[in-house]
Design a binder for this molecule. Structure first.
Ligand code: PBG
Length: 335
């Protein structure tokens, strides 16, 4: 065996640019900043109330007064917006979800108080009936238990309008009924609410990753073993996500969303590549719970994994991420 004297060198040495921090920073393709973060929060009635959520460690349901203090912190950290989810008293839930459009309901009051206390912080409201229905589905059922599309949309329109009238900057229909974006947009226009933005949950999948959220808002018990696959999308599909998104845009959505997040980054990528519109993704409650479980066991390093997970949304093309880690991530980015 002999050694060759003419040494073969690699034609490319990609490690050269990785050698120092300066060149790693120069070639970095995407960056994560607090501007990319939307913070989902759970609000409940009463004063000075704070409840923990068993399946979402460190996430709390807060009464409006406490939420306002947290919102001020989020704003100071540079987070552009929060997304509001209500925990509705069982006594106010019904078959037809009438509480959803009560002008002095919990969401409507929360929006008004948040906008008065932190006018610069964007407030996004969830347009869907599940916190308000006695059965936990996102719509109004027929005798067979099927969610009726057009009857549900009639109620969603009233709900969205009541949010906008309370001062919501963005209404975010997360219900997956057909045709709701166009009808909500038409009503907002009719009422001269031209600047209320619509963030459409366009590609929302029938996912089991929402389990902890349903605990948090208290719809899990009502929903029982029923699922939402007659209106939310089949996790096996991707072309359908483009079709849903294109329809929502044609009907007047300003921003679109993919949900869940990490298992669906290919869908985020396709939507951004093909439609080139403001695209968001939701790192949902189950993704949060998985991370927290690993952090609490010491199996993953929390701070670096949180930032890595969020940076990957940016790489996939997301313009922003709804994440329960928003404040923690913003603090890390500031340090
Ligand atoms: C309600 C809604 C859900 C989530 C956001 N809006 C639950 C569902 O569709 O069952 C889930 C968010 C999360 O899991 O973090 N329509």
């Amino acid at each position: 065996m002999s050694f060759s004297t003419s040494r073969q060198y690699p034609t490319a040495r990609l490690r050269r640019m990785r050698k120092d921090d300066f060149s790693r920073r120069l070639m970095r393709e995407t960056t994560l900043t607090p501007n990319d973060l939307i913070w989902p929060v759970f609000v409940l009635d009463g004063k000075n109330r704070r409840e923990s959520v068993a399946s979402m460690p460190e996430v709390e349901r807060l009464s409006i007064d406490l939420l306002i203090e947290e919102a001020k912190e989020a704003q100071a950290l540079g987070i552009p917006a929060l997304a509001l989810f209500p925990v509705i008293d069982t006594a106010l839930k019904s078959e037809l979800a009438e509480e959803a459009y009560n002008a002095s309901g919990l969401v409507q009051r929360s929006v008004a108080e948040l906008k008065a206390a932190c006018p610069e912080l964007g407030v996004i409201t969830d347009v869907a009936l599940d916190p308000y229905t006695s059965h936990g589905q996102d719509g109004i059922l027929d005798e067979q238990g099927y969610v009726q599309n057009d009857r549900t949309v009639d109620t969603l329109i009233k709900q969205a309008l009541s949010h906008a009238e309370a001062g919501a900057d963005v209404v975010a229909p997360s219900d997956m009924m057909d045709g709701r974006i166009g009808l909500i947009r038409a009503v907002l226009e009719r009422e001269q609410l031209h600047n209320t933005r619509i963030m459409a949950y366009s590609a929302k999948y029938a996912s089991r990753y929402y389990g902890p959220f349903r605990d948090a808002v208290g719809s899990a018990a009502n929903l029982g073993k029923a699922d939402k696959s007659t209106y939310q999308m089949d996790p096996a599909n991707s072309d359908e996500a483009l079709q849903e998104t294109a329809l929502d845009l044609a009907e007047g959505a300003d921003m679109v969303m993919v949900k869940p997040g990490m298992p669906y980054l290919d869908v985020v990528w396709r939507i951004k590549q093909e439609l080139k519109v403001p695209t968001f993704a939701y790192q949902v409650s189950g993704e949060y719970a998985m991370h927290m479980a690993a952090f609490e066991n010491g199996w993953l390093d929390a701070d670096s994994v949180i930032l890595e997970s969020l940076a990957c949304f940016k790489r996939a093309g997301a313009d922003g991420v709804l994440t329960y880690f928003a404040k923690r991530a913003a603090r890390l980015l500031a340090s």
